[in-house]
Ligand binder design. Structure first.
Ligand code: PGA
Length: 241
């Protein structure tokens, strides 16, 4: 794992955006794996700036998001579909048909998961996957004790995740308890991975991910076995390394 420690959130966002931009410049039809949450917001802002400056072109880029809440429609303001539209897609020239996000309202969830996985494989896999990390070491919604072999599937959210994500909802009761998530196997098949983290609250998870035992108790620890992971974190998130 390549480690880059930066001063703050803005520096992390800039560095990550530069890596994504280089990927797109070198391969205009890149398949990007995208993440939601607070962590990548700054990176998306930087990418929008680069797009407006005509430094990058998303017209041939395809994207696959890591996850989506089960039961939330894409018009729900808490859905990741909505988040992606508001924070990135509506500001750039990615084509609607090139955007892939699991459908949390699909009638047949199992078929939706299988189909999502197949769509990724049909594209030849993800070129560059962006990851945040949960305070419990999750990546995507692969919560502690997940099986490393899993592909895209329906997951039960961990209590810590529900608590942490309740900040986006009016009350904790409104946080969905399930989600569709790419599995660890899906993520590990990505050609390159960038893991982002900021703040003291992520320090323990980062320590266990990079220096701990490879164990399903810290899902991100499996990344130690991937041959092209760049970890970009601020000083606080690096404080336990
Ligand atoms: P955050 O979430 O970016 O909002 O901290 C990261 C995650 O839970 O994967």
């Amino acid at each position: 794992m390549r480690l880059i420690v930066v001063d703050d959130y803005n520096k992390m966002s800039e560095k990550a955006a530069i890596m994504v931009a280089s990927q797109i410049i070198l391969k205009p039809n890149s398949i990007l794996g995208l993440a939601t949450g607070d962590t990548p917001l700054g990176m998306y802002k930087e990418l929008i700036k680069m797009y407006n400056n005509k430094e990058i072109d998303f017209s041939n880029v395809k994207s696959f998001n890591l996850d989506e809440y089960y039961g939330l429609s894409k018009n729900n303001a808490q859905s990741y579909n909505y988040y992606m539209k508001e924070n990135l897609f509506k500001h750039i020239n990615i084509k609607e048909e090139n955007i892939n996000i699991p459908d949390g309202t699909a009638k047949d969830i199992e078929a939706e998961c299988k189909n999502y996985e197949k769509r990724i494989q049909d594209q030849g896999g993800i070129d560059l996957q962006i990851l945040g990390i949960g305070v419990n070491g999750h990546i995507g919604f692969n919560e502690p004790d997940i099986t490393f072999e899993a592909e895209t599937h329906l997951v039960n959210l961990d209590e810590k995740t529900i608590e942490s994500n309740s900040r986006f909802f009016d009350s904790i009761e409104e946080v969905p308890t399930k989600a569709i998530s790419m599995g660890i196997k899906t993520i590990m098949h990505s050609k390159r991975i960038i893991l982002l983290a900021c703040g003291e609250s992520k320090a323990e998870a980062i320590f266990k991910t990079m220096k701990g035992k490879i164990t399903p108790k810290t899902p991100a620890s499996i990344l130690q076995l991937h041959n092209d992971v760049t970890v970009i974190i601020d000083k606080e998130a690096a404080s336990k390394l």
